[in-house]
Design a protein around this ligand. Structure first.
Ligand code: SF4
Length: 445
């Protein structure tokens, strides 16, 4: 039995690509193992969005050199965003790698493996945007039996000056609606309850397709699919976040009112330099538009600290925006220079010590806000989709005492006790305690 292991760095898009690669590996006869040490083929799916993610991938590759020295039959593949950008330079840096392929070559994995085995040579294949590529239609080995990711579009045309996505994922490309709907119907038939629609900018879904469809219309169509109970989506770009979309969210009962809307900075000077195409006031207007229609909506966001030329006054404007919007949670990133991006060449990079200090200040403020937002839910009743459970009596023989875990519509994790047959169901839970990162509650009859 030949065993394969896939290690993933990065975002949900990468996690989902790994599910697709696991499906392909299975199809060509590999047994998937959760234990890297026993694998005969290790595939590293890399992320290039931040310097730290890239360093992690290369240090992991470094450790695999030692493993390969002890196990000469071991084969190592590298894919994902670093592979797309670096191509054969990866081999120069890590000569123990046997296979390199890009973000648009995933569907070619079976042929690439065959070539690697037959020729006993290294194989490198990177398609660029001009080449015909097809990501979908292959079998997917999904990690979660209740919640599934569904790609609706890929790539991006926005060229934010800090971001590598347009270079490593290519230009924006939407998937035909009938294909997306068929995949979701199939998921519903197989017992999945929740779908998260993935794209680098889901709000621009439909541009360039032959059929007349946009993202709000797609949401309305998915909302009609029987068996699916919840719909989420990520990521949205504020400039494309429209009133029509807010109306669709309000009208579709299955669409969760949790919106991830990255703001990146509260300073107009920095936003302009990032090429984000909105001002801080326009961002707040979008938030107000959403809350006017859906008062219970929860917003999470991304923010970058220490973008080139960020001064104390710019940082203070970011803090003001955070206080004004009151996000449920924030993904906070220290700016890091990325190859190919415009901002990597900007003069006046912010010293690391200042970035770090601002990062800590911001985190402390957001932690307080997140705790307060969670506290405000104590005593309320929340709809929870139960995803997993752990036996409290040790071996689970009583069948009753389980610590169940699920998510509210705002994507907050809630824990409570109950029988394991509730896993996969939507239940009402009364919130009894709030922690910074999760909630505790009692399941209602
Ligand atoms: S919109 Fe998002 S994916 Fe596109 S360039 Fe900007 S940050 Fe990157």
């Amino acid at each position: 039995m030949v065993k394969a292991y896939v290690k993933t760095f990065g975002c949900q898009m990468n996690e989902h690509d790994s599910e697709r690669m696991r499906g392909l590996l299975h199809k060509v006869g590999y047994t998937l193992t959760p234990d890297e040490a026993e694998a005969d083929f290790i595939l590293i799916n890399t992320c290039s969005i931040r310097e730290k993610a890239e360093q992690k991938a290369f240090s992991h590759l470094g450790r695999l050199k030692l493993r390969k020295a002890k196990k000469p039959g071991l084969r190592i593949g590298v894919c994902g965003c670093i592979a797309q950008r670096e191509g054969e330079r990866i081999i120069r840096r890590a000569p123990h790698v046997d296979l390199v392929f890009g973000t648009k070559n995933i569907h070619r994995l079976p042929q690439l493996i065959e070539k690697m085995i037959k020729t006993k040579r290294r194989v490198i294949e990177i398609y660029d945007d001009r080449e015909r590529w097809q990501q979908f239609g292959c079998e997917i080995e999904r990690d979660n039996p209740i919640r599934a990711w569904v790609t609706i579009m890929q790539g991006c045309n926005n060229y934010c000056t800090y971001c590598v996505v347009p270079y490593v994922r290519g230009s924006e490309w939407s998937r035909p609606a009938q294909e997306i709907l068929a995949e979701i119907r199939d998921l519903a038939a197989n017992g999945y309850k929740e779908v998260t629609l993935l794209g680098h900018n889901v709000n621009s879904y439909g541009r360039g397709l032959d059929q007349e469809i946009n993202f709000p219309a797609l949401l309305r169509a998915i909302d009609q699919i029987e068996g699916i109970e919840r719909i989420r989506f990520t990521t949205s770009h504020p400039k494309d976040f429209s009133e029509e979309l807010v109306e669709a969210i309000a009208d579709c009962p299955k669409v969760c009112e949790h919106i991830h809307l990255p703001f990146q900075s509260g300073s107009d000077k920095i936003l302009k330099s990032m090429n984000r195409n909105y001002t801080a006031a326009e961002y707040i207007d979008k938030v107000n538009m959403l809350r006017a229609k859906i008062p219970q909506a929860g917003i999470t966001s991304d923010v970058i600290v220490g973008f080139p030329t960020e001064e104390e006054a710019d940082f203070q404007q970011t803090l003001r925006l955070i206080e004004e919007v009151q996000f449920e949670g924030l993904f906070t990133f220290l700016y890091s220079r990325r190859p190919q991006t415009a901002a990597g060449n900007f003069a006046q990079q912010v010293p690391n010590s200042i970035k770090q200090k601002r990062f800590e200040i911001l985190l402390e403020i957001q932690n307080r806000i997140s705790s307060e937002r969670n506290e405000s839910l104590v005593g309320t009743q929340q709809e929870v989709l139960i995803e997993e459970g752990k036996a409290l009596d040790g071996d689970g023989t009583s069948g009753r005492e389980y610590l169940l875990r699920g998510r509210t519509r705002l994507n907050k994790i809630v824990e409570f006790t109950g029988p394991p047959d509730q896993i996969g169901k939507l239940r009402q839970v009364k919130i009894t305690k709030a922690n910074r990162f999760n909630l505790e509650g009692i399941m209602l009859p």
